[in-house]
Design a protein around this ligand. Structure first.
Ligand code: UDP
Length: 486
């Protein structure tokens, strides 16, 4: 029988996308700081992008290693070098990207076969989007846990809709008619146009994900219990076990590179008044029409508030640059507004005292980073589970306002839908969020500060810290049980 201090080894299997790799690498740090060995599946180009975690591990003497396997671009029909979801050139290639992700099963099997018994992982933590890890865990007899990079609010609402066998939708006659989510703690309404998972074509895929989730030992969620207690409890009844270990972003400032600490935006923020600047960023995947970006710029300009606006590399069209430079947008807002092209150190920016608000697409990582920083948010959801996050922010937590988007914009639909948010609506939302002396705004800001404090307490010895201990203990028990049986 194995001793109690059996050396645990966690194998982390993320999907190759920024919003999955980021929390997975943060989780690796947390596990390694508890003395565990951690192996992260990665592909060569992503390994270059995430190499800073290996430096971090060296600095802190942690046992974190990459298992780098080639991404089968050619075999899956992807252009060479397309190893991360943010480098896909067209929405038509999304299925190919998933196919390539599924093909990672083969090199992983080979790796596991060749490992000696001592090096075999004690546990797999798998991305929900890699359902093949179910077979892998059966074949190699390794316990498997699913990682969720979404909120329990999303998980529970989505579960409740599907539990009703979508009956709740039967009386809904149009995409814009609202319906209430059944059997949840709050009155929350959506329209069909806002919820991608009720699209018929996605159902088989989502059912496969669900099966892989329910057969796992349990789920690890990047959230914290105090943020959404009723939804954590609700989802606890759905899965075998649940461990809320977030916000994972709260361990990342230690691991950021010195390049990030010297980013121009941070120096720029140093000269600004406390809580005066709006940070505007739409994550790693959202695509915009240039016309919509110009409208956003004009809204920010009209709001008269200081801002940092991050424009994704893929959105930096020649036309947009022309507007920013030759048509003098940047000149007009100089001193008050800063445009960052490409990637910004979001977590560092959000935690700067000069930041007073966050205009976000409501991706879960961004939402949780805003929550952790204690800043109120303006919600501009686009796709995936972002409309759920908007409801959580605005209606449940009451720490944000809506910009007023009504329908989900799937990648490739931008042209068809045109300019969806007008400059006046952006200006109005920014003023509502940022204006001082507005009682309602002050209460919202105070609530945001309070949830930010709760988030920090959760990871600094609070509920998330405890959940991490319980997770490790659970895996230890499984390993000991397995050893005793063999
Ligand atoms: N992010 C960043 N800098 C950028 C854009 C994004 O650091 O310029 C990070 C952000 O902090 C978050 C992640 O990328 O951790 C985006 O994840 P999210 O779930 O918010 O959105 P997605 O990219 O999936 O749409």
């Amino acid at each position: 029988m194995a001793s109690q201090n059996h050396q645990l080894h966690f194998l982390l299997l993320p999907m190759m996308s920024q919003s999955h790799l980021i929390p997975f690498t943060e989780m690796a740090k947390l596990l390694a700081h508890r003395g565990l060995t951690v192996t992260i599946l990665i592909t060569p180009l992503n390994a270059v992008r995430y190499n800073k975690i290996i430096d971090y591990a060296k600095n802190f003497n942690l046992k974190i290693q990459f298992l780098s396997v080639p991404f089968p671009c050619k075999e899956a029909g992807l252009p060479e070098g397309c190893e991360n979801r943010d480098s896909l050139p067209s929405p038509d290639l999304v299925p190919n990207f998933f196919k390539a992700g599924n093909m990672l099963q083969f090199p992983l099997e080979k790796w596991l076969q060749e490992l000696d018994v001592e090096s075999k992982p004690s546990c797999i933590v798998s991305d929900l989007c890699l359902p093949w890890t179910y077979d892998l865990s059966l074949r190699f007899k390794i316990p498997r846990i699913i990682f969720h990079g979404v909120s329990c609010f999303t998980l529970f609402c989505s579960h409740s809709i599907s539990q009703s066998h979508y009956k709740v939708l039967e009386s809904v006659t149009s995409d814009s008619e609202s319906f209430s989510v059944p059997d949840i703690p709050d009155k929350i309404e959506f329209t069909k146009a806002q919820l991608p998972e009720i699209r018929q074509d996605l159902k088989p895929l989502l059912e496969k994900f669900k099966e892989a989730e329910l057969s796992a030992e349990g789920v690890v969620v990047n959230t914290f219990e105090e943020l959404e207690p009723a939804y954590v409890e609700g989802y606890r009844k759905v899965v075998k076990k649940i461990w809320c270990i977030g916000p994972l972003s709260l361990c990342s400032t230690n691991g950021t590179s010195s390049y990030e600490h010297h980013h121009e935006s941070l120096k720029w923020l140093d000269s600004k008044k406390q809580s005066s600047v709006l940070y505007v960023c739409f994550g790693s995947l959202c695509q915009f029409l240039t016309q919509q970006l110009i409208e956003l710029g004009l809204g920010l300009e009209a709001s008269d508030h200081p801002f940092i606006w991050v424009v994704r590399e893929g959105d930096c069209s020649i036309e947009l640059n022309k507007w920013l430079v030759e048509e003098k947008f940047e000149e007009r807002v100089q001193g008050r507004g800063l445009v960052v092209r490409g990637w910004a150190p979001q977590v560092l920016i959000l935690s700067h005292p000069a930041i007073g608000g966050f205009l976000t697409h409501c991706g879960w990582n961004s939402t949780l980073e805003g929550v952790s920083a204690g800043v109120p948010m303006i919600c501009w959801p686009m796709f995936a589970e972002q409309f759920y996050n908007e409801k959580l922010i605005v209606q449940v937590l009451r720490i944000g306002v809506r910009v007023g988007v009504e329908v989900c914009v799937n990648w490739g639909d931008e042209e068809k839908l045109g300019v969806m948010v007008k400059r006046e609506d952006i200006e109005k939302a920014v003023k509502k969020l940022m204006d001082e002396g507005d009682g309602e705004g002050e209460e919202r800001r105070e609530r945001a500060r309070q949830v930010g404090k709760m988030a920090k307490r959760a990871v600094e010895g609070g509920s998330s810290y405890l959940n991490m201990t319980l997770l490790i203990q659970h895996v230890m028990e499984l390993v000991n049980k397995n050893d005793a049986e063999n």
